[in-house]
Design a protein around this ligand. Structure first.
Ligand code: NDP
Length: 497
């Protein structure tokens, strides 16, 4: 019998008003691994009311920064204690390799909780001075209120923590909705959090995005909505959130370029491209998708790249030796296939992959795929595939590489590889992306911001900038003079002595 999960509202595990459950699948075996309550708009309203009460009664927001820090640290310790169990569950539910879930996702989740535990005590306004000459101005950072958060399926707990940790550090309360394909680790995290947080501070609602997510974006009692997801979902959220002018934070799609300058190390750059294109089963918003290689090293680069891609071990994600697991669903696999077809039809040269795995007869496996001679206007170069399809393009001048890299609607992450620091810095400064790595691709740290330009969204995850997103600034002015020496505009209200 598979495990059943209820939804978490106001500190209680309850059935959905719908009385229905939906199946959660292991994408490597296609087996049902859990049944999860199918929340609806009524459940979502209840959760929002709980979060509203918990915010307004100050059970969390009035705690001292030290108390909030202590709770976040406790959450980090609880996750650490349950690290192996959570990693195994994440691997089973998402299909990501066990080594990636255990050695990358979980350590970063723990580090993030610890970073925001510290950051909770560093909330500050930037100025306190006598700007008017006769009074003191103070800026005070306050929580926004009730935060709705909507999470994608590729990093279920990791991205949930990117929202939960700064939101809680700042004193907000939350209603959070995991992706329907991957709700399990967040539900398990809520079981840990219920022993630490006052009731109503963290609520988890599972259910369809078009119902639960839309209610969160629409509801007037929600003060802020944070989404990581597709750009089209982000546009819908912005529209829905306009009703009560909610604060909106959007982390959306990406189409990362990877520029290889003529003096780059082919060994280092091909290694970097392979890892960053295919990690997390190539379902990563910062993944390398477009490699721009200078014409002088193009053929050598392709040969080294394809040699490495062919060594990627596709298979059972629970096996320690596996490098790449399945895609998240059959529809995602069909979506990838459709892009491969379009690449072939538009004249790109298929160098490897391009088909379903022959070895794995169950699960949504797809071989790592490389296209060469890709044209800038081809669909595989312009649109987000979110699957294992890497495009390689040839360029002649650095300016051409910069122009083509910027020529997409996205602006999340990019990298440039080479030796001459002047050229590397020129390229990094010219790329219109929220993160640019030099001789690296994909490193994120808790202390530095992550977020997009253009249609990759706005607002930042990670770092003190995320804390800014989840707070609002108040100006408090203290008159220093009493009634003695008021400025000129007081004379408007009658004669003054
Ligand atoms: P989706 O936008 O389809 O789903 C994301 C979340 O939004 C899910 O919880 C989904 O619920 C919910 N949702 C879907 N439709 C609506 C709606 N109309 N109103 C409210 N909520 C809705 O994205 P994916 O889950 O497919 O994730 C992949 C996308 O996320 C990619 O585009 C990727 O680039 C992006 N991403 C961005 C990152 C970043 O940091 N910028 C990081 C990781 C991913 P349900 O599951 O129930 O459909």
């Amino acid at each position: 019998m598979v495990q059943e999960y209820k939804i978490f509202i106001d500190g209680e595990w309850v059935n959905s008003e719908s009385k229905e459950f939906f199946d959660v699948i292991n994408p490597a075996t296609e087996q049902v691994i859990a049944k999860v309550a199918k929340g609806n708009a009524k459940d979502t309203k209840k959760a929002i009311d709980a979060a509203r009460r918990a915010f307004d009664n100050g059970s969390w927001s009035n705690k001292t920064p030290a108390e909030r820090a202590q709770a976040l640290w406790q959450l980090a310790e609880l996750v650490e204690k349950n690290k192996d169990k959570l990693a195994a569950l994440e691997s089973t539910n998402v299909g990501k390799t066990i080594k990636y879930a255990r050695d990358s996702d979980l350590p970063f989740i723990i580090d993030n909780l610890k970073f925001f535990a510290g950051a909770a005590r560093m909330l500050e306004g930037k100025s306190a001075n006598e700007y008017s000459g006769i009074g003191i101005s103070i800026t005070r950072r306050e929580p926004v209120g009730v935060v709705g958060a909507i999470i994608p399926w590729n990093y279920p707990l990791y991205i949930a923590i990117w929202k939960i940790a700064p939101a809680l550090a700042a004193g907000n309360t939350l209603v959070i909705k995991p992706a329907s394909k991957t709700p399990l680790t967040l539900l398990e995290f809520a079981k840990l959090a219920e022993t630490v947080l006052p009731k109503g501070v963290l609520n988890v609602i599972t259910g369809p995005g078009e119902i639960v997510g839309e209610e969160l974006a629409l509801n007037n009692k929600v003060d802020m909505i944070a989404l990581t997801g597709d750009t089209s979902t982000g546009k819908e959220i912005m529209r829905l959130a306009s009703g009560n002018v909610k604060r909106v934070q959007l982390e959306l799609g990406g189409k990362a370029p990877f520029i290889v300058l003529p003096d780059a190390s082919i060994e280092a750059a091909t290694e970097g491209a392979v890892v960053s294109a295919f990690w997390n089963n190539a379902q990563d918003c910062t993944a390398t998708t477009r490699v721009y290689v200078h014409e002088s090293i193009y053929d050598k680069f392709l040969e080294a790249l394809v040699g490495k891609v062919k060594k990627i071990r596709l298979g059972d994600p629970q096996n320690e030796k596996t490098d790449m697991g399945p895609l998240i669903s059959e529809s995602q696999r069909e979506h990838v296939e459709e892009f491969v077809k379009s690449g072939v039809n538009q004249g790109a040269r298929l160098l490897c992959g391009g088909r379903r795995s022959k070895e794995m007869n169950k699960g949504f496996f797809f071989e790592p795929t490389v296209f060469a001679d890709v044209g800038q206007k081809m669909r595989i170069c312009q649109e987000e595939i979110f699957g294992p399809v890497l495009s390689v393009l040839k360029y002649s001048t650095v300016d051409e590489a910069i122009t083509n890299s910027n020529d997409v609607i996205y602006g999340l992450a990019a990298s440039v590889w080479g030796k001459d620091i002047t050229t590397l810095m020129k390229v990094a400064n010219s790329l219109k992306f929220g993160t640019v790595w030099i001789n690296e691709h994909g490193v994120l740290v808790s202390e530095m911001p992550h977020g997009g330009f253009k249609q990759s969204g706005f607002g930042k995850d990670l770092s003190m900038y995320a804390l800014e997103d989840f707070t609002q600034i108040k100006h408090i002015y203290i008159d220093e003079t009493g009634l003695v020496r008021k400025p000129w505009y007081y004379t408007v209200y009658g004669d003054k002595e």
